[in-house]
Design a protein around this ligand. Sequence first.
Ligand SMILES: *Cc1c(COP(=O)(O)O)cnc(C)c1O
Length: 365
Amino acid sequence: MRHLDAEFGNPGSRTHSLGRAAAEAVDKAREQLSGLIQCAPEELIFTSGATESNNLAIRGLGEANSCSQGHIITSVTEHKSVLDPVHDLFRHGWSATVLPSSHSGRITSAQVEHAIQRDTRLVSIMWANNETGVINDIESISSLCQERGVILHVDAAQAVGKLPVSVAQIPVDMLSISAHKMYGPKGVGALFVRKSVQRQLRPLLHGGGQERGLRSGTVPVHQVVGLGTAADLARTYLKGDGPDRVRALRDLMLQLLVEELGDVQLNGDAEHRLPGNLNVWLPNCDTEALAMRCEEVAFSTGSACNSASLEPSYVIRAMTGSEKRASESARFGIGRDTSEADIRFAVEHISRHARDLRGLASLFE
Ligand SMILES: *Cc1c(COP(=O)(O)O)cnc(C)c1O
């Protein structure tokens, strides 16, 4: 039966060759991903994506300690799949500190240090923000947590594949990964769980005991193979000049937007941000209306993850304290395949529509 698609088998059935072939494909993908973030393959738990990984890290730890609730620290700029599980534990008797954001959007280790209490069990701070691209100082936050004996979970869905991320160099305890944020398939991701922490988690899904008992359910072989391949491609990409090229295009886009529209301001820290993220404030331009008019270019106003709500970005609001600025902000993503011609095309159309909208707005003033 070897002529059948090798990935047809169930990776849980190593007793026949089809199962073995599927298991080998999963093993290979686990090695590819562990090579990217420099962990042991056994420290990776495959999940359905970073949402599930964040839930497993936070609720998994909380539910394992449900008789002795403690304190959790997170920040206001986190993704909802971190904030909502923290809120859930709060409703079940945990206490929580949600750190506020400065104008730069960066959460500092000093903030975390001030918030640590004697019963703090978990700190959950993201590596890079999905809306502003702002990169937190995970290096110093992780050494602080290590020093104070507090478990650190990092949502790295935006960082892995875009920045060098090594859990061998930076002592985080848990790290969430999403395949589709690094050019892999949707619906798959992973949670890195350091060996010393694995027994402190309670699984969210109970059943066949796959993934070291932390995530029951047949491993989706084809999805996981896609994640492994994406990890290998990301490793090659990060070694080359791709990130510098993307950063240069991002800076060019900002420069061209300023030339065309005058009043344009960057949201968040200018230095510590993902190379491909441009999040700007276009004063007096309703960017929700801009996104609707500007059919030539795909960009976002808030976060794609919260697109169920039409609320302006809670991240920009938390950083600036301004509802108006949040509703006048837009996020452009520059990717591996974006060209300079794409940037010039995008700026031309965005500027034209933005000028129209600003003109309309001034009529009503
Ligand atoms: C996209 C994203 C998530 C959710 O990931 P899924 O794989 O889509 O569930 C979580 N956190 C951040 C920072 C993200 O960018």
